[in-house]
Design a protein around this ligand. Structure first.
Ligand code: DAH
Length: 340
């Protein structure tokens, strides 16, 4: 029996295990119901009391050897399997993930970028200026008289005396002309602030696009042509009109209305039942403004225009309440997709 035990010991050591199937065969072969070691245990009863003890221990050691080898391989493969599955999830880039939702651009940004794009095709360069402004850039240099209503606490958010939240992007005209000589052809965009009652048609924060062109021999015809180009490009040949108006920084000045008609609810609301929607102010840069920034009005002339983006956005996206642009309701924002 001792010989058999020695032989089995050797056999257990040398048994080749190459895969999971081999492993199960190995276990069954030695310690299964009909296994060699199980059989040995069964024969123990024919031995003397003394041998029973010694040989029993040896057979038990054989069993331990088998189970140790079995567990060793089992664990090794288990770890290997785990590694393979975790590596898989790291490396398989095609696996669907819903961790992040891709955002979309705000409709106001979409339209702003579209407008910048339209004007850039005519040579305008887009720039930005500060939203906290001083009295000089927002009012004085733009030729606002000291008693102009826009300077009033009713209209302007003052931070302290002579410091305010800009009420228009025209302030950036001044900043640019102070530091650059003609020819000048810029577009400045951004948020502006006014103490207005919030309603479906107006808000205390809104966005503007300001255009400025200064050169020799610039005339009102140049201004009209650029406005015509802009409206035709954005709205596909919609009727428009220039209405005489007043701005302290332009002379002559005009407001531009586009004709929408009254054939649907949105048009009625946003045109205040007139069919006409005012979308911008414009004019020839006042000689006093040029003087304020040391540009000689005897040599140079220019035009400027200021566009309210939200007004146009109502029409462009067919929306009837301006307040929705500021609510950041994800259900609203998600509907806008753009390459701009
Ligand atoms: N700054 C004016 C506003 O906020 C808009 C404007 C009108 C800008 C005429 C201009 C302009 O450049 O020429 O109401």
């Amino acid at each position: 029996m001792i010989k058999i035990i020695k032989k089995l010991e050797e056999e257990i050591k040398l048994f080749k295990i190459n895969n999971i199937e081999d492993l199960e065969v190995f276990k069954k072969y030695f310690v299964g119901k009909q296994g060699l070691i199980t059989k040995l245990f069964k024969n123990i009863k024919y031995l003397s009391e003394q041998d029973k003890k010694n040989i029993g221990l040896s057979i038990n050691n054989l069993k331990i050897n088998v189970l140790t080898k079995y567990n060793f391989f089992k664990q090794k493969w288990h770890k290997l399997e785990e590694k393979i599955t975790t590596n898989k999830s790291l490396k398989d880039l095609t696996i669907y993930s819903n961790l992040f939702e891709i955002g979309s651009r705000h409709p106001i940004s979409i339209l702003k970028n579209k407008i910048i794009n339209i004007f850039s095709k005519k040579g305008f360069t887009s720039i930005e200026g500060p939203e906290i402004e001083d009295d000089w850039h927002n009012f004085t240099a733009l030729n606002f008289p000291y008693d102009h209503p826009a300077r009033d606490m009713q209209d302007t958010f003052f931070i302290k005396k002579k410091m305010l939240l800009r009420t228009h992007t025209s302030s950036v005209q001044i900043r640019y002309m102070e530091n650059n000589k003609p020819p000048i052809q810029i577009l400045s965009t951004g948020k502006v602030y006014r103490k207005e009652v919030i309603s479906i048609r107006s808000h205390c924060i809104f966005n503007q696009v300001e255009g400025l062109y200064v050169n020799t021999n610039v005339s009102f015809i140049d201004l009209k042509k650029i406005i015509e180009y802009f409206i035709n490009t954005l709205f596909n040949d919609i009727p428009f009109r220039l209405r005489p108006s007043y701005f302290p920084f332009t002379e002559p000045s005009a407001e531009v209305d586009i004709y929408l008609g009254l054939n649907n609810k949105v048009n009625k609301i946003i045109t205040n039942n007139t069919g006409w929607l005012e979308i911008m102010g414009c004019g020839m840069v006042d000689p006093y403004v040029l003087k304020n920034v040391n540009i000689d009005p005897e040599i140079y002339s220019g035009f400027a225009f200021g566009i309210g983006i939200e007004r146009i956005a109502l029409l462009y996206f067919n929306i009837n309440d301006i307040r929705i642009f500021f609510q950041n309701d994800i259900r609203f924002l998600k509907q806008f997709k753009s390459s701009f």
